[in-house]
Design a protein around this ligand. Structure first.
Ligand code: NAD
Length: 419
């Protein structure tokens, strides 16, 4: 893993790459390479033993030309200001690719959540919510879950916000539990969009998904759902999966639901007796498979590792799993990469549906959520392929950025500059 690659620089390079194919003035484009503002704060939390600890936290509001800032909150020891800025930028383009009326934002706390008790995590989350309160809101900035956060944290943030504001505003945050105003289908949405992107990609490339061999790096919310839906709905053969403890391999294919149960029980994939062997994450990323799904963290594949990648198709469930160097190498090798801002956009799309339901106080069935999601992802895939073919673009990531940047720039130019 290329830990030293700066994700913010990767984002800026991706925009530069796309700009060569866009008729956008450099000064207009330049403002799309920097966040509008970043909140940096130090949260003081009382630990269970009575001592005080300070945790650094960020919220980046990258661009609001198309609507309220939107994006998750990550808890991880590796969170940095630049990582949060990059993730918030990717949200702008992700929301534009699937054409939902949001800008982009992202937040993060530098913390290893596994080292904290539930009570400490709640106090930390409520402390962050208190800091966020002046800058978030149903029409302003709408956070959501990301790595190591989920319904529980979202419910705490909603409750803190509503208590301090003396109101009810379930649309201030998405990814909530159903009883707190969450949407049906939200938990599975990210993995579902990865599955739908893979389905459309295989169809477009004229390949068969049933029986295709698949390796998935990262077996959390995004990776495990994508793997399960690819197996259950399309008969794909999931030959390898991994988490931070390492990878397991089975050439006949895993029963993904059983593997997930094992991971839930033991906390890791290693030691699973349905595997023929264990391997490193690097081994998994260079397996000779029909489809590779990076679903862990950014920069999983750098330029050097990309030379060893043997998959024909990559569908990115994680945000930013390939460095720009890796992209270049894979484009040269004719590996088809279907980018994160399409393939994991299911999470934010169903977040949008959740917010719509919250605003209307009228809730949809899971069937309706999944149908609307499928429609959005298929339409976005078609727009991307149209741009790829019409402008003879080098790869699908550039196509996604071209489509997204055009939409954001149009919104900006229509509104004009003030003051
Ligand atoms: P998660 O915390 O549920 O899962 C992350 C998984 O990655 C875990 O299985 C973890 O063990 C594994 N992992 C961590 N470091 C690893 C490493 N070095 N090698 C292999 N595996 C490693 O997180 P998630 O929600 O599934 O998010 C995964 C990615 O998907 C992130 O990039 C996130 O930004 C992106 N994403 C998630 C959502 C969502 O709704 N959950 C939406 C859009 C994008």
């Amino acid at each position: 893993m290329a830990d030293d690659a700066n994700p913010f620089e990767s984002l800026q390079e991706q925009i530069d790459d796309a700009s060569a194919y866009l008729d956008v003035a450099p000064d207009v484009l330049n403002r799309l390479k920097h966040p509008e503002r970043v909140l940096e704060t130090n949260l003081t939390v009382e630990m269970d033993d009575g001592s005080l600890e300070v945790f650094r936290a960020f919220r980046s509001q990258f661009n609001g030309d198309r609507g309220p800032y939107k994006g998750g909150i990550r808890y991880h020891p590796g969170v940095t200001r630049d990582e949060v800025k990059a993730l918030s930028g990717w949200m702008v383009y992700k929301c534009a690719v699937v054409d939902i009326p949001y800008g982009g934002g992202k937040g993060g706390i530098v913390v290893d959540p596994k080292a904290l008790s539930d009570g400490e995590l709640e106090r930390l989350t409520r402390s962050f919510a208190k800091e966020l309160r002046p800058i978030i809101g149903e029409n302003r900035d709408i956070p959501a879950p990301d790595v190591n956060t989920g319904q529980r944290e979202m419910n705490w943030i909603k409750d803190t916000y509503e208590t301090l504001e003396n109101t009810t505003a379930p649309g201030v945050i998405t990814g909530k539990a159903i009883d707190s105003g969450g949407s049906q289908g939200r938990v599975e949405a990210t993995g579902r969009s990865t599955m739908l992107t893979a389905r459309e990609a295989f169809d477009y490339l004229g390949r068969d998904l049933p029986g295709a061999s698949v390796a998935v790096q990262g077996f959390g919310n995004a990776g495990s759902v994508a793997a399960r839906l690819l197996q259950e709905d399309h008969d794909a053969t999931i030959v390898a999966v991994s988490d931070s403890s390492g990878a397991v391999f089975c050439p006949e294919g895993f029963d993904v639901a059983a593997l997930k149960e094992y991971k839930n029980e033991t906390g890791s994939l290693t030691g699973y007796d349905g595997a023929t062997r264990e391997m490193t994450n690097e081994d998994l990323l260079t397996l000779d498979v029909d489809l590779l799904i990076p679903a862990a963290l950014e920069n999983a594949i750098d330029g050097q590792l990309a030379h060893d990648v043997r998959a024909d198709v990559i569908v990115e469930a994680a945000n930013g799993p390939l460095t720009p160097d890796a992209d270049e190498v894979l484009t040269e090798k004719d590996v088809h990469v279907f980018p994160d801002i399409l393939a994991n956009a299911g999470g934010v799309t169903v977040s949008y549906f959740e917010w719509v339901q919250n605003r209307q106080r009228f809730y949809w069935t899971e069937e309706r959520v999944n149908e609307e999601l499928e429609r959005r992802i298929v339409e976005a895939f078609e727009a991307l392929v149209d741009a790829y073919e019409a402008k003879e673009l080098p790869n699908f990531r550039t196509a996604a950025y071209v489509v997204a940047i055009e939409r954001v720039v149009d919104a900006y130019l229509e509104g004009g500059t003030w003051p």
